[in-house]
Design a protein around this ligand. Structure first.
Ligand SMILES: CC(C)(COP(=O)(O)OP(=O)(O)OC[C@H]1O[C@@H](n2cnc3c(N)ncnc32)[C@H](O)[C@@H]1OP(=O)(O)O)[C@@H](O)C(=O)NCCC(=O)NCCS
Length: 204
């Protein structure tokens, strides 16, 4: 759900902790996906999914106007220059370069080594395992490159696809916050998931 909010997070923690978080090495590549920083030329691709009601149904933003997508992209690009970088809002792209979604990794507490992961995909690509693959790639890189302790995610209880993404990757359902969000006038329960560094390394 992180990829939905554009409110700047305040990284807690001391100076010392931030030195251990070198910039994540990008791009990440698999046979069918490239995870890279957004560039200004991605506006059309970003807006193509951000304007769709079915895509943003369980998100805290959208559907976007083109101006909102432009502002979002500008914010994602601005975060690339922040040091230490604590917000990675990355493009999920096909090997040919076209962005088909986004994946976010926000270091929300450097001292405790906590980061939140979130993702969104253009609906034309749903059901192909792209989100699961992307989360796997980003989580693997984050745990390998950083002294991360805990990776967490949250999703609306009614968002079955997102729950499956997290569960099939071995993230633990740690609890459900009742009526913790309100969308289109209706209350939603929010499910909290997490995986610890040692759990990630020893999972099957
Ligand atoms: C959530 C989302 C990213 C999943 O992307 P995806 O690439 O289709 O997911 P995957 O193909 O990796 O599928 C993951 C699992 O979810 C299941 N799934 C996919 N769509 C589903 C649906 N509508 N209902 C129930 N399960 C669904 C898949 O079958 C798969 O489970 P399985 O391994 O048991 O078969 C995508 O639906 C999306 O972008 N939704 C809108 C944005 C959003 O909600 N983001 C998450 C915010 S918390």
């Amino acid at each position: 759900m992180t990829i939905l909010t554009h409110i700047a997070a305040q990284p807690f923690g001391d100076e010392k902790a931030s030195h251990s978080y070198a910039p994540l090495l990008l791009p990440l590549r698999s046979r069918r996906l490239v995870i890279r920083d957004f560039v200004s030329g991605d506006l059309g691709a970003l807006h193509a999914y951000a304007e769709r009601r079915e895509v943003t149904r369980y998100l805290l933003w959208g559907p976007n106007t083109v101006e909102q997508s432009r502002a979002t992209l500008a914010e994602f690009i601005a975060q690339q220059e922040v040091a230490p970088r604590v917000r990675y809002d990355l493009a999920l792209a096909l090997p040919g370069g076209k962005a088909i979604g986004g994946i976010s990794l926000h270091l929300d507490d450097l001292r405790l080594g906590n980061a939140e992961i979130g993702y969104v995909l253009h609906s034309d690509y749903w059901g192909g395992g792209f989100a699961s693959e992307a989360v796997q790639m980003v989580a693997t890189a984050a745990f390998a490159q950083w002294p991360l302790n805990r990776l967490w995610a949250r999703c609306m209880e009614s968002n079955k696809a997102s729950r499956r993404v997290l569960e099939r990757l071995g993230m633990r359902h740690e609890g459900t916050l009742l009526r913790a969000e309100r969308l289109d006038g209706a209350w939603h329960n929010v499910m909290m998931y997490a995986v610890l560094a040692d759990e990630w390394r020893t999972r099957g």
